[in-house]
Design a protein around this ligand. Structure first.
Ligand code: RB5
Length: 148
């Protein structure tokens, strides 16, 4: 899978470890930065990953900041993105099964590496269930055109 990664300074070290894990598992990592622990603005990296996913450059995206929340709020402004702030294996799994989330947003401050690794593995391996959830996701997509 082609996976776009992005973080701000707070998520930089976690992003590096996720990139290593994904590469080891055979995924193609598209690293959209940041490239150091120097302070940056998370919307810039949310934008880069969101556009990579929305355009089809990447199949999925993973964003990391202190809480995972700023990244999620910013990424969801881009049409075609369904970014989910997940905190454990169950939210990661359900964000795929029910919401067809295409970007996983993680907190570097609140989650340890083992939990994050497990969540990422589950999130990447879980398929969208479709059915009644497909109707609901279509309604989410329709919201993107309300202001057209
Ligand atoms: C940066 O200090 C922090 O605000 C950011 O990493 C994130 O938690 C925002 O939602």
């Amino acid at each position: 899978m082609r996976i776009a990664l992005g973080s701000d300074h707070r998520g930089f070290e976690t992003k590096t470890r996720i990139a290593e894990r994904l590469s080891r598992a055979g995924h193609e990592v598209i690293d959209k930065g940041t490239t150091s622990a120097e302070s940056v603005d998370y919307p810039d990296y949310a934008s880069a990953v969101a556009h990579a996913v929305a355009s089809g450059e990447a199949d999925r995206g993973i964003l990391i900041c202190g809480t995972g929340l700023g990244m999620c709020i910013a990424a969801n402004k881009v049409a075609g993105v369904r970014a989910a702030p997940c905190h454990d294996a169950l939210t990661a799994e359900l964000s795929r099964r029910h919401n067809d989330a295409n970007i996983l947003c993680l907190s570097s401050d609140m989650l340890g590496d083992r939990v994050i690794g497990h969540m990422v593995d589950i999130w990447l391996a879980t398929d969208f269930e479709g059915g009644r959830h497909a109707r609901r996701v279509e309604k989410i997509k329709a919201l993107e055109h309300e202001c057209d």
